[in-house]
Write a protein that binds this ligand. Structure first.
Ligand code: DO4
Ligand code: MG
Length: 290
């Protein structure tokens, strides 16, 4: 695997303005402001991104300890989209929750065209440590732990991060036309904690995804999957995402959920959702009713 560099957005107690940071393997955050980088987007568009980041690590920039800064979501100005029913487990779970439209999920799993849906405006994305939401009119709510592809405006995957596609399973299951209400509401999408640069799809397909949900001191759910279980190639997902569609600010694509708690489980306010992807890190958020 290539050198693992991580880009983040951060603030400190002394300086609350959000800045772009480069996290080195020593868990030090280099502040890129003095190098003229005040937005991530200009970096993500560079063809020589990994070389440029390697150069910046040697540029004598101001350093902070990672555990002393506050991280903001690395989604700066990109729309967030999501792929669905990319894992067999997702297809099975949707077919159980939805007697009305079970065959819709069965058919899309095998169809040439993937399910792709708009998930969030960038300004609505929840940062690490902030609360993700469960709808007050939903009875059955779950997190969806997903590998997220960071794609630049040219349609190239430039990094990987973690996404939580919060979902209301009772609303989704009642009628497939309610999917936007089940998936798109305030605080329904968390992304972070940073973007891993320099890994390939082959690297990502060796990673595992772990979901843990805690309630007070108790662990109320834990489950795992492997990125290799995603049925479609990333190139296939991107090819459809960019058909008749452009993303001038780039786009973040969540690649679907392969860990789904049992049908008896629903989130409660105060729960903590921890999603760990082995090649990336951990995204943790408390849960609140919205
Ligand atoms: O079709 C419903 C949503 C699917 C989804 O979000 C997933 O599989 O992760
Ligand atoms: Mg999902």
């Amino acid at each position: 695997m290539a050198t693992r560099m991580r880009l983040c957005r951060f603030a400190t107690n002394n300086e609350p303005r959000v800045r772009v940071g480069l996290i080195t393997d020593e868990d030090t955050v280099l502040d890129l402001t003095a190098a003229g980088v005040d937005r991530m987007q200009s970096l993500l568009e560079r063809a020589d991104l990994t070389d440029e980041l390697a150069r910046l690590t040697r540029a004598g920039l101001q350093a902070h300890r990672l555990d002393e800064v506050g991280l903001t979501t690395p989604v700066e100005s990109q729309e967030v989209w999501a792929a669905g029913v990319t894992y067999l487990r997702s297809k099975q779970a949707r077919m159980v929750e939805s007697e009305f439209s079970a065959d819709v999920y069965d058919r899309v799993y095998d169809a040439a065209r993937p399910e792709l849906f708009f998930k969030s405006l960038p300004e609505k994305v929840v940062s690490p440590g902030d609360a993700v939401g469960i709808r007050r009119d939903a009875r059955w709510n779950v997190p969806e732990p997903e590998l997220a592809l960071v794609i630049n405006a040219s349609g190239r995957i430039v990094g990987f991060t973690i996404g939580n596609d919060m979902s209301s399973r009772d609303i989704e299951g009642e009628n497939v036309l309610y999917l936007p209400q089940a998936k798109i509401y305030s605080a329904s999408c968390a992304v972070g904690p940073w973007i891993v640069i320099g890994s390939t799809e082959d690297d990502a397909r060796t990673w595992s995804i772990h979901l843990e949900i805690r309630r007070g001191d108790a662990q109320v759910f834990t489950g795992d999957t492997e990125v290799s279980q995603i049925k479609r190639s990333f190139a296939e997902l991107l090819e459809f995402l960019f058909r008749s569609q452009h993303f001038p600010n780039g786009v973040v694509l969540l690649t679907g959920a392969g860990v789904i708690p049992p049908d008896s489980f629903t989130l409660a306010a105060g729960d903590r959702v921890r999603i760990t992807i082995s090649g990336i890190g951990t995204l943790e958020n408390p849960v609140a009713v919205i």
